[in-house]
Design a protein around this ligand. Structure first.
Ligand code: UDP
Length: 478
């Protein structure tokens, strides 16, 4: 506790879940709080911490904020790679369990940290952090990494079960309408539910794994913006009275950096992967809106068959494409070797360009990009929305199933290819997106991009939400 009227800035500890899609946005939040004068400790499991600090530019970028420190939980945590697409749910369930074994170490850090911690912002995926913080009497504001539409659906799972709408009874049941999620009664199908719902037995532990991590709280941080998810935020506020909608975070950070430090330009952070910037040079030589960007995020994995369907679909579409094929994103054979066919390893000859990892924010903002074939990860979706790029969604797991339904059915920003991987469908959708239905999509993506950008300007909803968050953290430290 500080003395009344203390001018010592509050100290916030930020603890993201262990993954690119979790660390990236929370690092942006950390920078936003650092910019506003708060002291920030950015805590990670050791393997993430070590990867982060491999990049000298990251340390340099953050240590200029007074009191900013990177800290690690020195436990032997790691995230195993999925061998097959269907392993993802088990890997996440196992990870949630293993993270709990760090409770003791975390408690020690929270109690002994100097200067003392006034407030914790922790990934909602890590319920154990909330429990430990409660034990030591430090307030926690949960940070939800998924979309609000998905989070609201996860919270509604007990209601869906009570109404007898779960479990899903096999493949033939996937198009049945789910009518018990408030705000989604007319368009949500079984196949759109978060993947934890894809079980045919209510006793399957995967079903409630995420619901079980969710903690009641007065406050909640969401990386969304009001104009995008207003109808869902309304019922969510009945559960979390104080919701801070601060998305899209990269755009908010960019805008703040520009306004606070006039001369400083924003560069996107890519702390966990080596970026191949040659793709930007390649894009510079392409016609406006002529290239389809293809990327399935940092975790999703596909089979060799699926890879080939995409490959032939893209080739047959005759459109140019920039494709991110991450190492270990394709199933391996018995010898542990990725099954990427030789013709693809050599790379496409004229129409395509393949990289292992791209500077995605920059790619999406490039004038040559006309569409995004994506896995509907929430960060990627928001980045595409801000850039006004229409999407073809091929969701893999988690909230991606929900996001793709909202992209296609609610926001009309693209098409949903969920549960299908067929070269003819890929070819048709690519042509629809880039040519035949382009006008229709460009209208809605341009409108939504404008709303996204408005939300982060001074007086916009996300910018105001961030100010409220900062003020509320300051009041916690008095
Ligand atoms: N990303 C990137 N380069 C790539 C692919 C992805 O920088 O080649 C970034 C992307 O901009 C996004 C994050 O990785 O911020 C992926 O997060 P998302 O929530 O979309 O998916 P996840 O990886 O969590 O499945």
């Amino acid at each position: 506790m500080k003395q009344q009227g203390s001018i010592i800035p509050p100290h916030v500890l930020i603890f993201p879940g262990p993954g690119q899609g979790h660390v990236n946005p929370m690092l942006k939040l950390a920078e936003l709080l650092g910019l506003s004068g708060l002291k920030v400790t950015f805590l990670n499991f050791q393997f993430i911490h070590d990867q982060l600090l491999l990049h000298a530019d990251i340390e340099a970028r953050f240590t200029k904020y007074p009191g900013f420190q990177f800290k690690k939980i020195p436990d032997r945590m790691s995230v195993p790679r999925a061998e097959r697409p269907e392993d993802m749910a088990d890997i996440i369930k196992d990870l949630i369990e293993r993270m709990k074994t760090s409770s003791k170490t975390l408690k020690k850090i929270l109690v002994e940290n100097s200067p003392p911690i006034d407030c914790i912002i922790a990934d909602m995926l890590m319920g154990f952090v909330h429990d430990v913080a409660k034990e030591v009497g430090i307030p926690v504001i949960p940070f939800e990494n998924a979309s609000s539409c998905s989070f609201w659906t996860v919270l509604s799972i007990p209601r869906i079960i009570a109404a007898g709408e779960l479990p899903i009874k096999g493949n033939q049941d996937m198009d049945r309408l789910i009518t018990t999620v408030p705000g989604m009664e007319t368009f949500l199908r079984c196949r759109d539910l978060p993947t934890c719902c894809r079980v045919n037995d209510l006793a399957d532990p995967k079903l409630l794994m995420i619901t079980n991590e969710t903690r009641e709280s007065q406050a909640l941080i969401l990386k969304t913006f009001e104009d995008l998810e207003a109808p869902i935020l309304c019922p969510l506020r009945t559960r979390y009275p104080k919701i801070y909608t601060i998305g899209p975070l990269h755009e908010l950070l960019k805008t703040k950096l520009r306004s606070i430090k006039k001369q400083e330009s924003y560069s996107s952070l890519n702390p966990l992967w080596e970026v191949d910037r040659t793709c930007i040079t390649w894009l510079d030589n392409q016609a406006s809106h002529s290239v389809l960007y293809v990327s399935f995020g940092s975790i999703a994995i596909m089979t060799r068959e699926q890879l080939m369907e995409f490959w032939y679909g893209l080739e047959n579409s005759k459109k140019k494409f920039l494709w991110v094929i991450r190492p270990y994103s394709v199933t391996t054979n018995d010898d542990g070797v990725e099954e990427i066919p030789e013709e693809l390893q050599e790379g496409p000859k004229e129409r395509g360009y393949i990289v292992k990892w791209a500077p995605q924010e920059e790619v999406l903002a490039h004038k040559a990009i006309g569409g995004f074939l994506a896995h509907s990860g929430w960060n990627s979706t928001l980045e595409s929305i801000v850039a006004g790029v229409p999407m073809i969604c091929w969701p893999c797991f988690g909230d991606q199933q929900m996001n793709s339904r909202f992209v296609s059915e609610v926001w009309k920003l693209g098409m949903d290819m969920k549960d299908v991987c067929d070269r003819k469908v890929v070819e048709k959708m690519v042509n629809d997106l880039m040519v035949d239905r382009r006008e229709e999509f460009v209208k809605s993506t341009a409108r939504m991009a404008e709303l996204a950008r408005k939300s982060v300007t001074e007086g916009g909803s996300s910018s105001c939400s961030l100010e409220h968050l900062i003020q509320d953290i300051k009041s916690m430290s008095i």
